[in-house]
Design a protein around this ligand. Structure first.
Ligand SMILES: Nc1ncnc2c1ncn2[C@@H]1O[C@H](COP(=O)(O)OP(=O)(O)OP(=O)(O)O)[C@@H](O)[C@H]1O
Length: 260
């Protein structure tokens, strides 16, 4: 099980400081929602965590500075589902999901039984088995998003980072993907998901990290982070949390200036 830790993590893009002094500990077995307004720095944070952009400060995987870990080893440790993925090649879904096994393949790049099994598991979990022979560039946005999720799941990495995994999904598949992410966490993985849907975050995440202007402004259980006052201050919206049994339900009621 892999522990992911950032200390004083900062990112400059152009001349702007986009992330500023982020200290976060990500332990296995948790589904952590990263939330915050547009432009807050959420994607920048997860891109730094996956090694895609330069940073200052430290990102450690099990105590080892991430930038010193070989690329393939790091790719085996951290699966990444990027935001709004564009596909450039007309691959079948089956071939696309196979790409998730690349960090595991030997010098001949041959898929072996253990890879085939991981690919099948990923396709079942992302509900794309019936799409396996379709050309991925010809899928609908939601179908393609699920195929890309299957590719990330096929890595079977201890850390899964998903940037807006619900975008483009219909409501049923949104629930299914959140159930799936929660199940991945329950199985002992560290799952970090950038989410705009605060109600889904409240319902499924074990912990919420809220980012505003490149800083962590809250980091706690959903009920502690997604209170009415904070959502008013950070998002400018009115919202109320209530409970159905022990499941928190967050209702978004409108803008602060709206009547009622
Ligand atoms: N290459 C770049 N050069 C300069 N600024 C950038 C660059 N890429 C992103 N930014 C800026 O960094 C800030 C944070 O962007 P980021 O994509 O991390 O935000 P986000 O919280 O994921 O937003 P959203 O919810 O809109 O996806 C934004 O103000 C964005 O304009």
């Amino acid at each position: 099980m892999v522990m992911l830790v950032t200390r004083n993590l900062s990112v400059m893009l152009g001349h702007r400081r986009i992330l500023d002094g982020i200290d976060l500990d990500f332990a296995p077995g948790a589904l952590i929602g990263v939330v915050g307004p547009n432009g807050a720095g959420k994607s920048t944070l997860v891109r730094a965590l996956t090694g895609l952009i330069a940073y200052s400060g430290s990102i450690a995987l099990d105590g080892c500075e991430a930038s010193t870990i070989a690329r393939r080893e790091r790719a085996r440790a951290t699966a990444y589902l990027p935001q709004g993925q564009t596909l450039h090649w007309p691959l079948t879904v089956d071939r696309l999901v196979q790409l998730g096994r690349l960090p595991h393949l030997g010098p001949l790049s041959r898929i072996v039984d253990v890879d085939r099994a991981a690919i099948e598991r990923a396709m079942v979990r992302a509900d794309v088995l019936t799409l396996r022979d379709r050309i991925a560039t010809e899928l609908s946005g939601g179908e393609r998003a699920r195929a890309m999720l299957a590719r990330a799941l096929a890595v079977e990495a201890p850390i899964l980072i998903a940037d807006e995994p619900l975008a483009a999904l219909d409501p049923l598949h949104q629930f299914e993907v959140m159930e799936l992410l929660a199940a991945e966490a329950a199985a002992g993985r560290t799952v970090i998901a950038v989410l705009h849907d605060l109600a889904m975050a409240a319902r499924y995440c074990s912990r919420i990290v809220m980012i505003e202007h490149g800083r962590v402004v809250a980091d706690d259980r959903p009920v502690a982070v997604l209170g009415s006052q904070r959502l008013a201050a950070v998002y400018g919206i009115r919202a109320e949390m209530d409970w159905r049994g022990d499941v928190p339900r967050l209702a978004l009621l409108g803008r602060l200036q709206d009547p009622g």
